[in-house]
Each structure stands twice: as structure tokens, then as C-alpha cells.
Design a protein around this ligand. Structure first.
Ligand code: CDP
Length: 125
């Protein structure tokens, strides 16, 4: 599983989940499941095109691996916006947060451990 940290002008893009019910309303780094044969960068590019309607590049790791209960691993990558403006095509809402706001927002549990790593790159903390 891949998740994207898109940071522009010291703010991180977060997306609010709509499903499943136990995660709906919580915020996450957008991303999803890598398909067979996809590299992490391929998966990020596809997922962000589908979910946000943007083109991204790059893919330096940020934060630690998060082991999921089903045996898969969730990894976060820092990516750069190449074109487009993010739109919530698959989420309830999008938000750009600075370092202080990141501490106040209800993140999905899996993403919470990345907060200190993300904050280093954000304004206002
Ligand atoms: O759309 P797809 O099934 O590829 O992925 P998803 O529903 O967005 O994400 C699948 C699972 O990955 C979720 O149920 C979450 O457990 C996990 N996930 C997460 O914990 N944090 C993220 N930033 C992205 C995904």
C-alpha cells in the first residue's frame, strides 16, 4: 500500500475518507493498493490520477513502514505535483494543513506515526 505526502508551500495535502464506515470522516495521505507488477511510483501516479486528478512525480520515502493486520505494508512517499489542482474525486474533502494543524486533525490510525516526519517539512510548528 502506498500513500503520498504532497507538500506545497509548507502545507501537506490531506484527504477525508468516505469508507469504510469505521474510517469515514478521518483524514489520510491519499493513496491505495499497488497492483501486481507496479512499482511504488507507478502506483502513486495511478492512484493520485484516479483520486485527485493530478499528475505527480518522484517518490522518496518518508516515515517508517506501517505493518497492516493483513500482512501488507503501508509506505509513505513524498511526491511533487507536476500538473493539475487536486480535486476530491474519491474523498469527501481535501485540506492543506501546516504543522500545527496536522497535530489537531483526526488522522486514520495507520498514518499517525508519520506526523513527526511530515512536520519537519511543514510551516508553523
Ligand atoms: O482504493 P484502494 O482499495 O486501492 O485503497 P484504499 O481504500 O484507499 O486503501 C486501502 C487501505 O489502506 C485502507 O483500508 C487503509 O487501511 C489503508 N490506508 C491507510 O491506512 N492510510 C493511507 N494513507 C492510505 C491507505
Amino acid at each position: 500500500m502506498v500513500a503520498a505526502a504532497i507538500i506545497v508551500d509548507g502545507r501537506l495535502l490531506l484527504a477525508q475518507r468516505t469508507r469504510p464506515p469505521e474510517l469515514a470522516g478521518l483524514w489520510e495521505l491519499p493513496g491505495g493498493k499497488a497492483e501486481a507488477g507496479e512499482t511504488a511510483e507507478d502506483a502513486l501516479r495511478r492512484e493520485l490520477r484516479e483520486e485527485l486528478g493530478v499528475e505527480v512525480s518522484g517518490g522518496d520515502r518518508i516515515g517508517d513502514d506501517v505493518p497492516l493486520p493483513d500482512g501488507r505494508v503501508l509506505r509513505a512517499y513524498r511526491v511533487e505535483l507536476v500538473s493539475g489542482t487536486p480535486v476530491a474525486l474519491d474523498h469527501a474533502e481535501l485540506r492543506w494543513v501546516d504543522g500545527r494543524e496536522l497535530g489537531d486533525i483526526d488522522l486514520v490510525g495507520n498514518d499517525r506515526g508519520w506526523v513527526p516526519d511530515l512536520r519537519v517539512h511543514l510551516n508553523g510548528w
